[in-house]
Design a protein around this ligand. Structure first.
Ligand SMILES: Nc1ncnc2c1ncn2[C@@H]1O[C@H](COP(=O)(O)OP(=O)(O)OP(=O)(O)O)[C@@H](O)[C@H]1O
Length: 126
């Protein structure tokens, strides 16, 4: 929570500290984020192995970020949903489904980008 006595710089530094703690919590506690980080590590390895271009690296890093951000926000929405309504409710189900849908959009886009980068390179191996 914001401390009204904090100046601009102190307030910003406090926010960065909370945000870094949030990143750490996601990586430590959420299986979905651990899986995405594992996949990100694998494709980073693939990037070095296939010596992808600078533009391909940029696309790859952007879609890795997109997936991590979408998955993190999906997790946050699930947590809020469970907090405000721990019992079964049709609307909570709908909210969680569309939130998961957002993460799926990111995943599908990342697969398409991975296909553009790696399929031609994999095809050359055969
Ligand atoms: N309280 C609820 N009321 C109605 N439907 C729910 C509720 N909780 C979960 N669901 C349904 O179950 C699905 C999975 O919800 P859950 O919270 O387990 O997400 P998850 O994607 O399995 O979580 P995780 O990211 O931890 O793997 C939701 O998309 C929704 O359809």
């Amino acid at each position: 929570m914001k401390n009204p006595k904090d100046g601009f710089i102190k307030g910003r530094l406090r926010s960065i500290r909370f945000a870094l703690r949030g990143m750490f919590l996601l990586m430590k506690t959420e299986d979905s984020i651990k899986v995405q980080l594992f996949v990100a590590t694998l494709v980073t390895g693939a990037g070095f192995y296939f010596e992808i271009s600078a533009v391909e690296w940029m696309f790859q890093i952007v879609v890795i970020g997109l997936v991590l951000v979408a998955e993190s926000l999906n997790t946050a929405i699930e947590k809020v949903s469970d907090f405000v309504h721990p019992d079964y409710h049709k609307k909570i189900g709908f909210i969680k489904d569309i939130s998961a849908g957002a993460a799926s959009f990111a995943a599908v886009i990342s697969l398409i980008v991975a296909g553009f980068i790696y399929l031609p390179k994999i095809a050359l191996l055969f």
